[in-house]
Design a protein around this ligand. Structure first.
Ligand code: IP8
Length: 271
């Protein structure tokens, strides 16, 4: 029997939820299907989603990641617009989930986390744990983050996951699932330079030395696959297993939440 306080963290990648080539465009069928699987699995989950074509283009336009820059026209307005764009994407997801009769609550990351120079300060995770206590699914998302030193930056969904892994007290995270548009991490095939192979199992200690094939940065201001691997390594250092799965494949989100076997990348923790 499962420990009552065990939960999954599930990240729905922004490139899965939105059309990267068109600002502010939703992939409605994909979103609805992902939500259907999540609800069918009926596990205790904290849902985190990325920015896709909502947050990233604005964050890029106003160079939000690097903080205050007075030479960028209307940067502060751009900061607030970036948040608003993420809010809009988040509202769409929450609406779909509620319409399917599943209790979920959006928790605004820019009011839950702050920065003090480079360091992230978690204001409180009590609200997230109180939400879980009531059997409500908390939903967080990549957002802007304000800095005590008078600046700001971008807080990615991956970073939120790492902060939750570090700071949740009453809930044990049994697995972090990253849902993407590919089956996981691809490495270059040493026999043929044109081919790449899915790394189905990979020890966290080996992440840094992988000969990656899928390096595309696309529209992400928050570091693409390299940034993700960096957080994955740190999550695994907390002894939490990580799985990277394809959110486009039939029932993969459901199967992952039910710990069923799927073709994906499992990051293993070295004993
Ligand atoms: O897609 C980025 O979140 P991510 C959020 O998880 C913004 O990296 C505001 C660009």
């Amino acid at each position: 029997m499962k420990n009552k306080n065990e939960i999954f963290l599930l990240k729905l990648g922004g490139s899965l939820l939105t059309d990267k080539n068109k600002p502010f465009s939703l992939r409605e069928d994909i979103i609805k299907n992902a939500i259907k699987q999540l609800i069918a699995a009926n596990e205790k989950v904290i849902l985190i989603h990325g920015g896709g074509s909502f947050g990233h283009p604005l964050a890029k336009k106003y160079n939000i990641l690097k903080g205050v820059n007075t030479s960028i026209q209307n940067q502060i307005l751009g900061l607030t617009k970036t948040h608003q764009a993420m809010n809009k994407l988040n509202s769409y997801l929450v609406k779909q989930i509620l319409e399917q009769g599943y209790p979920s609550l959006s928790i605004q990351p820019s009011s839950t986390f702050m920065k003090d120079s480079e360091k992230i300060i978690t204001i409180s995770t009590d609200i997230i744990e109180a939400t879980l206590d009531l059997n409500i699914m908390p939903i967080l998302y990549g957002d802007i983050i304000l800095d005590k030193q008078g600046s700001f930056s971008i807080l990615s969904g991956d970073q939120i996951i790492f902060e939750l892994c570090k700071n949740l007290e009453r809930y044990r995270i049994s697995k972090v699932i990253f849902t993407m548009e590919t089956d996981g991490i691809y490495v270059k095939d040493e026999q043929s330079s044109e081919n790449s192979i899915l790394a189905t199992e990979c020890y966290s200690d080996d992440l840094e030395s992988l000969n990656l094939a899928n390096l595309g940065q696309k529209i992400d201001v928050t570091g693409g696959i390299m940034g993700k691997l960096n957080f994955i390594k740190q999550i695994c250092d907390l002894s939490i297993p990580v799985q990277l799965i394809n959110g486009l494949k039939d029932e993969y989100i459901y199967k992952s939440l039910k710990n069923q076997k799927i073709d994906c990348t499992n990051i293993l923790i070295k004993k």
